[in-house]
Every structure is written in C-alpha cells, then in structure tokens.
Design a protein around this ligand. Structure first.
Ligand SMILES: *[C@@H]1O[C@H](CO)[C@@H](O)[C@H](O)[C@H]1NC(C)=O
Ligand SMILES: *[C@@H]1O[C@H](CO)[C@@H](O)[C@H](O)[C@H]1NC(C)=O
Ligand SMILES: *[C@@H]1O[C@H](CO)[C@@H](O)[C@H](O)[C@H]1NC(C)=O
Ligand SMILES: *[C@@H]1O[C@H](CO)[C@@H](O)[C@H](O)[C@H]1NC(C)=O
Ligand SMILES: *[C@@H]1O[C@H](CO)[C@@H](O)[C@H](O)[C@H]1NC(C)=O
Length: 471
C-alpha cells in the first residue's frame, strides 16, 4: 500500500553523518515507525480491483464496454467492500440482474448506478443489507417491472427509471404514486398490452388500489389485568394481506375473517405498558400501517433499591415502575426526608415503564446514616422498600474522613479508551526501537571507536564522548 519514503518525513536529513552505517539502525527505526503510522493512499492496489473496473477506497466504476462484467465486482476483503459508498456501472451488455446476495457486503453503499446496460431483474432482497442506499439510477435498462418491496426497509431519496420498457401494470403503480410529479420530469412512460406507450403519470388501472388499514379503537387506556379487544379493518385491491405486529407478554388471540381482524388481549400485564401494536395491510401496490401504544394503568412497583454509592454526590439508586408516574417520598428512620439542596430525588432515565434515579446526598455526615425507606404512590396504590445507608464513621469512632463503604464499592480503575492504549503501544514501540538502536550504537562505537572503521558518531549521538563509552 505504502511506498517506502525514506524517513517518512519524520525528520529532515541531519547533514553530515547521515550516510554513516552506524546511523542505519536509527533510520531503520524511523522508517519502520513511519510506515506503520503512515496511511492515506486513497487508491486500492491493482489486485483488489477487478480488471474491467477502476476502484478507489470508496468508489467502484465499471464502464468499459469491451471487457464487460455480468455481475457486481467482488473485492478481496469484506472490509474493503464495507468502505465502498458508490458503485457506477455503465455500458455492460451482459449485466442483466441484481440478485439476493450480490450487494450483501457493500453495506455502506449510498449511490448505485447501473445504466445503459441490460438490467432485467432486481430481486426483492437485492438491497437487504444496504440500508444506507439513497440514490439509485437504473436509467436505460431492460426493466419491465420493479416491486416496491425491494425498497421496503430503506429510505431511498432518488430513483431514476427512465429508458426502461416498464409495463402499464399494477405492479408498477407504486412508481407513479411514489414519484408524483417527478415521473413527468423523468418523462417516464409505460407500455400497454397493445404496445402503445403512455405517460406513467396518466396511468389508471381498474382493480389496482393502495391498501388501507384502520385500527379501532385508536387509543387504549386500561387497568392492568383487564381485557381489551382491538379490530383492524383493511381495504385495497387486490385484497391486501393483513399482518399484526407486536411483542407482548400478555396473552392474546387473533381472529381474522376477510378484510377484518380482531385481536383479543386478556389479563393485560403492566409489562406491556407502552408496547406498540400495529396492523399492516399489504398488497402489490404498497402497504399501510395503523398502530397504537398500549396505555396500561398500574400501581407503583419499586423494582430496585440498592446500597448507597459514592458518585459526584452520594447516590441511593432506585428503579420504580408505575402508571401514572408515582410520587416518591423518602423516610429516614421513619421520619420524612425534606428534600432540598443537599438531599434530593433525581430521575436520570425513563424507559417504557420504569423510572431510574437516585436519592442524591451532597456531603452526607453521620447524621444522614440510617434506614432509608422509599414510598412510591399513585392513584392505584403504593409500594415501599428499605435500605440501610452509612456514609461516615461517627466522629468518636476515630478517622472521621473515611467513607464507611469503601469495601462495598469496588473502585475498579476506568479502562483506557482503545485509542489511548494504541497511542501508548506506539510510544512504547518507538521507545523500544530507539533504545535498541541506541544499544547497537554503543556496541558499534565500542568496537568501531578503536578499529580502523574509525567513524565519528552520527549527528544525533555526536556529543557522546567515544572514550567514555569504550573505556
Ligand atoms: C476503510 O476506510 C478507512 C477510513 O477511510 C480506512 O482507514 C481503512 O483503511 C479503509 N479500509 C480498507 C480495507 O480499505
Ligand atoms: C451520489 O450521486 C449524486 C448524484 O450524482 C451526487 O450528488 C452525490 O454526491 C453522490 N453521493 C455519494 C455519497 O457518492
Ligand atoms: C429484456 O427483458 C425481457 C423480459 O422482460 C426479456 O425477454 C429479454 O430477453 C430482455 N432483453 C435483453 C436484451 O436482455
Ligand atoms: C427512514 O426515515 C424514517 C423517518 O425519516 C426513520 O424513522 C427511519 O429510521 C429511516 N430508516 C432508515 C433505514 O434509515
Ligand atoms: C393474570 O396474570 C397474572 C400474572 O400476569 C396472574 O398472576 C393471574 O393469575 C392472571 N389472572 C388470570 C385470571 O388469568
């Protein structure tokens, strides 16, 4: 990858003595380190790039009609393919399909062009692993249809399809709907059964309708343990497939007849609070989703209350679930804690159904030691839990400053971030190489100093007195 550049620019020529073979080891070290650290050649080596194409580290381009390709090029390593953001293919008369796995390893692909070729088929899974794909240019090919399902999981921003023999079929209706006015800008036309060509924007077909889905009721707010019934009504031609989508702890049953489906949830668990329930209708023209979040009311549950830990302040960590959000009150040895600047409840994180936080204590003293009780309350009930906390030894116990809890909080030293460790390795490596060079210098000076080689120390070690070393 990297040409050996002498010195790698790390140091300029030291003038006299640089040619000395004693200095060779030293320079060797500099070169080795320089090569290891140096990088940035944007062009891939010739072996990595298939011969009809040209490749940079982020782009592959295959435009030569003479030495044609019939499938996407494969680079030597997954890592190289992951770096590719653009593939440009043009003038390939044998390029006819994009299959399931062809682009699997190009997972950072953003721009794809296949133009003036014979592309006839694009698999529904063609872009399964290319969720960053934004720009797709398939101009001047042999596509008669393209399914919307190909793009189901990606947010495509540009789609260019002009110059393809698209059929005036229901399967291509989504292109008209999706492109809108852009279809006219591209002058997209489709071919009718008789062979006539017509502007895609004028395409109307009987029995070809976008599906709809409607979930009712549209909101669900119920007590935990209750039962709920939801229905999903769909429409569209051809008749859409109806799909429920949810991950629930509660028990449920689904009963579908025709375009209507009923979901029966029983004994709703509070664990399903804020879970999403969706109903999707899907046909050849497209898909439509209707969804809601379950709002399940339940009394508070303190799911965690742990020993105090020293942070910026001291913290007594807790987790509480409950809907609506529970009110929290702390008691120290049965006496209500008055919150203020030095003691207060802080919520640090809210998940779907839980609140995670701390009772924070700023510089607590032995007066704060004792049994802490947390009471959580909402309209549906309450919960409480206790924990003992000792922040300091009492003054008459001796060393006042020592936190009592040192043994509990095992202070593991924070692990350095990897970059720091790499930096340390590099520094240690450079030091080792330099030191080896230095030792070799000494050995060489030891023998060389008295011998007929009689070479003066190179400029960097010039002021080491040879007599002292070779004594
Ligand atoms: C991928 O790109 C990154 C950043 O541009 C570069 O450091 C890395 O060497 C590249 N990997 C390969 C295999 O080309
Ligand atoms: C993708 O192609 C478009 C149009 O040629 C260009 O404007 C854009 O910069 C390209 N993006 C990338 C990531 O290559
Ligand atoms: C173009 O596609 C049609 C099918 O849609 C196929 O029959 C025909 O062979 C293709 N033409 C070329 C040149 O690949
Ligand atoms: C697509 O965009 C929507 C909304 O802009 C976003 O929620 C979704 O995560 C995006 N999907 C991908 C795969 O980027
Ligand atoms: C409802 O579910 C809870 C646990 O989620 C269970 O303990 C209870 O027995 C269930 N009640 C009925 C009537 O199934």
């Amino acid at each position: 990858m990297n040409a050996l550049r002498p010195g790698s620019g790390a140091l300029s020529s030291p003038g006299r003595g640089s040619g000395s073979w004693r200095c060779w080891w030293w320079w060797w070290g500099v070169v080795v380190v320089g090569v290891a650290v140096g990088s940035g050649d944007p062009w891939l080596s010739a072996e990595a790039c298939p011969s009809p194409c040209s490749c940079s580290s982020s782009r592959i381009s295959c435009v030569d009609p003479e030495r044609g390709i019939n499938t996407f090029p494969v680079l030597q390593s997954d890592a190289e393919m992951e770096n590719i953001t653009e593939i440009y293919i043009a003038n390939q008369s044998s390029f006819s399909s994009i299959n399931d796995k062809d682009l699997y390893y190009y997972k950072n692909l953003r721009n794809l062009t296949v133009t003036n070729s014979k592309l006839t088929y694009v698999s529904k899974l063609a872009f399964q692993n290319n969720i960053k794909l934004q720009y797709l240019n398939l101009k001047d090919n042999n596509l008669s249809s393209l399914s919307w399902r190909i793009f189901k999981h990606i947010n495509i921003s540009y789609l260019i399809l002009s110059g393809n023999p698209l059929h005036c079929s229901c399967e291509n209706m989504w292109i008209k709907l999706w492109l809108g006015e852009e279809a006219d800008t591209q002058e997209l036309r489709c071919i009718e059964d008789g062979g006539a060509r017509k502007l895609l924007s004028r395409l109307t077909l009987p029995n070809c309708e976008v599906p709809m889905a409607t979930l009712s009721p549209s909101k669900v707010t119920v007590m935990e343990g209750e039962n709920v019934q939801l229905s999903c009504m769909t429409s569209g031609v051809p008749s859409p497939e109806l799909i429920w989508n949810m991950v629930l702890v509660s028990y449920y049953e689904i009963e579908t007849s025709g375009q209507i489906s009923v979901l029966r949830l029983s004994n709703l668990s509070s664990l399903d609070h804020n879970s999403k329930i969706s109903c999707t209708a899907e046909n050849i023209v497209g898909e439509k989703e209707s969804s809601l979040l379950l709002d399940i009311l339940f009394p508070p549950k303190i799911t965690k209350l742990s020993d105090a830990i020293p942070d910026h302040n001291w913290c007594i960590p807790f987790s509480v679930a409950g809907n609506p959000e529970p009110q929290l009150q702390w008691f120290l040895d049965d006496e209500a804690v008055t919150e203020g600047r030095y003691i207060m409840t802080m919520i640090h994180d809210r998940t779907e159904r839980e609140y995670h936080g701390c009772l924070e204590l700023d510089n607590p003293t032995h007066l704060n030691n004792g049994r802490y009780t947390l009471v959580a309350q909402n309209v549906y009930g309450s919960d409480h839990k206790e924990v003992e906390a000792h922040f300091m030894r009492k003054p008459w116990d001796g060393s006042e400053k020592e936190p009592y809890y040192y043994d509990v909080t095992t202070d593991t030293p924070p692990v350095d971030p990897p970059e720091d460790r790499v930096a340390v390795y590099v520094v240690v490596g450079i030091a080792a190489v330099a030191f080896t060079g230095f030792l070799l210098m000494l050995v060489i000076l030891k023998f060389g100093g008295n011998s007929k080689f009689g070479i003066k120390g190179c400029v960097l070690f010039q002021n080491i007195p040879v007599e002292v070393v070779s004594r």
